[in-house]
Design a binder for this molecule. Sequence first.
Ligand code: SAM
Length: 286
Amino acid sequence: MSDNNLSIESLLRRTEGLASVSATPRLDIELLLCHVLGKGRSFLFSWPEYTLNECEFQQFSELLDKRKHGNPVAYLIGTRAFWSLELLVEPSTLIPRPDTESLVETALERCDHRPRIVLDLGTGTGAIALALAKERPGWRITGCDRIPEAIALAKKNAIHNGLNQVSFIESNWFSALSEQMFDLIVSNPPYIVDNDPHLQEGDVRFEPASALTSGLDGLDDIRRISREAPAHLNDDGWLMMEHGYHQGAEVRQILLDSGFTEVDTVQDLAGHDRVTLGQLKELRSL
Ligand SMILES: C[S@@+](CC[C@H](N)C(=O)[O-])C[C@H]1O[C@@H](n2cnc3c(N)ncnc32)[C@H](O)[C@@H]1O
């Protein structure tokens, strides 16, 4: 192959075969090239004539081939941007999504800078816990997950982002938290219906079912968290959960049935119901 064909400019055009697996073929190639070259995206635009050496080209070709077979870019390059953080990702847990930034924003909007004790249930990469820690250095934050590999990954992400004040523990929802009480509990739990046909499409095919599915209506974990959270919330404490765009009304009812007040649903940037929250305020003052 001529050197011309190994230039960045030429490789950026190799989008054939990607359109069926990706909505962003050109961006995918940019990210793979950045990973192989160990450079930021500005390098690609500043040095389009840069020619990959044999080893770089071999690595790029292998990654591109895997991408064409559907492997998520984040798993191929090992990182994903979330909030203002760079998170390490592994197939043991979900790749953090931009939608989840709505949950971080909601928590920051409803809770000022006063010190708070916070729990992130189903922390995965640690995305939510670490984003909150970045914005609220005075908060005491714990992230828990049932999957030991996710906890190891979240701990690595805390170090990677210099946010060592966050603790991570293995726990099946509240099981390892015995009598611990919190001012704020946030969660992006699994909320997809067990047999949802979308599970056979796109990136989710490569993500673990343990991070995605939750029973026949997708709400088993949200029901359980809502039922168990009151025993772990201080007066005026909040529970905030991410859910599917069509689940807002059901989640509001679940929170009301569990004794929460101030129940509300917040939309994501696309205008879809995404986060439902409730407070224990009036229940405690009755
Ligand atoms: C949708 S992922 C969210 C991951 C991360 N919080 C995020 O927003 O990117 C759900 C997470 O909940 C964890 N999980 C599922 N069931 C759990 C349980 N019973 N107890 C604790 N964590 C659980 C999964 O391992 C997974 O990491």
